[in-house]
Design a protein around this ligand. Structure first.
Ligand SMILES: *Cc1c(COP(=O)(O)O)cnc(C)c1O
Length: 385
């Protein structure tokens, strides 16, 4: 059996100092917006002329949006609420794309009235809604990615097949919309830039087909997928992003406008969760495995442990003691609330109830997923430093 390596200590950063000083009595995500800004600049350096539209859903904490507006980020919003959040922090409406392909007419109208001009679609009915509620809008067509090698792939829920794209372009023109180009999502946590190559190949085929039919696509939205560090080695953000852009240029040549929508890659490493061990137990005297129960689980912030897909690194104050495997679980009375069992994780053998643990690089898709206190356990608190 292979076990995840115990979490490594990062050099003492502003975030680490904050984690060491805070004394909290419920699971708390501590976020350093300075780290978000650093990550933005590092990604921007690699992405070159491409515009960054931060995918707000990864972490909608107000201070993150405020900081990103200050340093010139654009935004990908999926709902009226996310649009209102970005506008309230001073984002220009022309810097916000309404990237959800499933929008209510009233929300499209709201966005249009707020000055938003760029919308995503992957179906004829969606184009009709956009034409009616945001007449003359710019649209891009989202296509399905078939060959994702991501750790957290996005399903067939979004995008249309290649064969539908020309029809949707034609329909958009008929409806008085301006179809600018294509979007896709390579799958979240795509650990290596090389994994983008086959996906970009298939999108380029659609792009070239559009050109052959007399369209002049000018917008390529490469979506998210930029990875965060969860234990397996990854490239630096700048190197990863520049490799992706090189793959894009190889296939698409000079594109007038490229958008990238990092979510996880922008915020995951800017935050860590302070949590606590509630119980360490064995199911029988000869049970080979310890069970370690935390005060945070699948339903209070760690949703991405579903399928053990995202493996967070966990550090404790006992990391100088001997380590052993354990099954890690959350506190709620739902048997699905087990974080890691198929691949147990290594934690110090001396770990016991009351010990503080730090869940590293947990700034993405945690607080956003824990807005309701399932089973009476408090949703993840957030402190911005
Ligand atoms: C969720 C989402 C993203 C962000 O994906 P990450 O893998 O977190 O970078 C980008 N674009 C769209 C349309 C999304 O739905």
């Amino acid at each position: 059996m292979t076990y995840a390596a115990p979490g490594a200590f990062a050099p003492v950063s502003r975030l680490d100092s904050a984690l060491a000083t805070f004394n909290v009595d419920k699971p708390t995500l501590v976020l350093d917006t300075e780290l978000v800004a650093q990550q933005y600049h590092a990604l921007k350096l690699g992405l070159g002329f491409a515009h960054i539209h931060y995918a707000v859903k990864a972490n909608p904490t107000r201070e993150i949006i405020e900081r990103l507006v200050e340093i010139g980020s654009h935004f990908d919003a999926a709902s009226r609420g996310e649009i209102e959040l970005c506008l309230s922090q001073g984002a220009e409406p022309q810097h916000i794309s309404f990237g959800n392909t499933i929008k209510k007419p009233g929300d499209i109208r709201f966005a249009h009235n707020a000055g938003i001009t760029l919308f995503a679609a992957d179906a004829e009915e969606e184009l009709e809604k956009i034409a009616e509620n945001a007449p003359g809008a710019e649209v891009y067509i989202r296509v399905i990615v078939e060959n994702s090698q991501a750790d957290w792939p996005l399903s067939r829920k979004f995008g249309c097949r290649a064969s539908m794209v020309p029809d949707l372009f034609a329909r958009a023109v008929e409806l008085g919309l301006s179809p600018l180009g294509l979007s896709f999502h390579v799958g979240s946590q795509t650990r290596r830039a090389e994994y983008w190559a086959p996906v970009l190949d298939s999108v380029a085929e659609i792009w070239n087909d559009l050109k052959a039919r007399g369209y002049a696509p000018s917008l390529l939205n490469i979506g998210g997928g930029f990875p965060a560090f969860y234990g397996d080695p990854i490239d630096t953000p700048t190197s990863y992003a520049s490799k992706v852009m090189a793959l894009v240029t190889e296939r698409f040549g000079a594109v007038a406008r490229v958008m990238a929508e990092p979510g996880r890659g922008m915020v995951a490493e800017a935050g860590a969760i302070l949590a606590e061990v509630v119980l360490v137990s064995k199911k029988s005297d000869d049970d080979a495995h310890r069970w370690v129960y935390l005060d945070i689980g699948r339903f209070s912030g760690l949703a991405e442990t579903e399928g053990e897909a995202i493996r967070y690194q966990i550090t404790t104050e006992r990391d100088f003691d001997e380590f052993g495997p354990c099954i890690l679980a959350g506190p709620s009375c739902d048997s699905a609330d087990v974080l890691y069992e198929k691949r147990p994780i290594l934690l110090p053998l001396s770990l016991k109830s009351g010990d503080k643990v730090v869940i590293r690089n947990a700034g993405a898709y945690t607080s956003a997923y824990s807005s309701i206190g399932f089973n009476g356990f408090p949703p993840l608190d957030v402190i911005v430093i």
